[in-house]
Design a protein. Structure first.
Length: 226
């Protein structure tokens, strides 16, 4: 986590964007190759390739599920993008399995079935690449996190005894961490020392409710009922 606080927090989102672009590039390459094979007549695929492809699909799907579980636990967009990189390999291989099976069953004239299946897989991979690229770009642009995170922060801040109201809540994501900036209104008669203690309690409550919050900047203001 220290590297994030040293100024490299954008590396997480940048890595996710790079992997997403790699998926888009792979989809384009698969599509070009598939179209080329469709246009150019070729031999019927060998039956033994189905066994190899089935093993590849199984291994890649297991890797996808394992890496995706880590991504969900850490909230990492880069790890999630890497997980979908494994899924893209599984999709491509599964499409090839279906296409080759159709070609072998159909016989002469169906040689290009696996190439058409690869073309469909390329479209699916491209759509997944775009789906992953969007949140990566949003993080690079300092987007606010999902509403549920903001609600947790607001509820935890308001729950602290002595807090009369809160406003101007701003949350930004850096890597897998959140940074919060908010205004807390309290009794105008509070001393500077008591206001400082109250702000510390608010920080603690927020970080307890949302552990991924590592920085909280609080502006103390006097509460005015009107």
């Amino acid at each position: 986590m220290q590297s994030i606080r040293d100024g490299y927090g954008r590396a997480e989102s940048l890595a996710a964007a790079v992997v997403s672009l790699m998926l888009l590039g792979a989809a384009m390459g698969i599509a070009v190759a598939a179209v080329g094979e469709i246009i150019t007549p070729h031999h019927m695929p060998a039956p033994f390739t189905l066994i190899v492809i089935a093993i590849v699909v199984l291994v890649k799907e297991v890797l996808f599920r394992g890496v995706l579980r880590v991504a969900d636990e850490t909230g990492s967009t880069a790890v999630k993008a890497d997980a979908w990189h494994h899924r893209s390999d599984a999709i491509t291989s599964a499409a090839a399995f279906v296409g080759i099976s159709i070609a072998l069953r159909g016989g002469p004239g169906w040689e290009a079935a696996d190439d058409w299946a690869s073309l469909v897989a390329a479209v699916v991979i491209a759509l997944n690449g775009l789906r992953l690229l969007r949140p990566a770009i949003q993080d690079l642009m300092d987007r606010m996190p999902e509403r549920s995170v903001i609600d947790q922060i607001e509820i935890s801040a308001k729950s602290v005894d002595g807090v009369r109201a809160i406003e101007k809540v701003r949350v930004r994501r850096l890597g897998i961490e959140y940074y919060v900036d908010l205004h807390v209104q309290a009794d105008p008669a509070l001393s500077l020392r008591d206001a400082h203690i109250l702000s510390g309690k608010v920080k603690g409550a927020i970080r307890a409710a949302v552990p991924r919050v590592v920085g909280v900047l609080i502006h103390m203001e006097p509460y005015e009922q009107d």
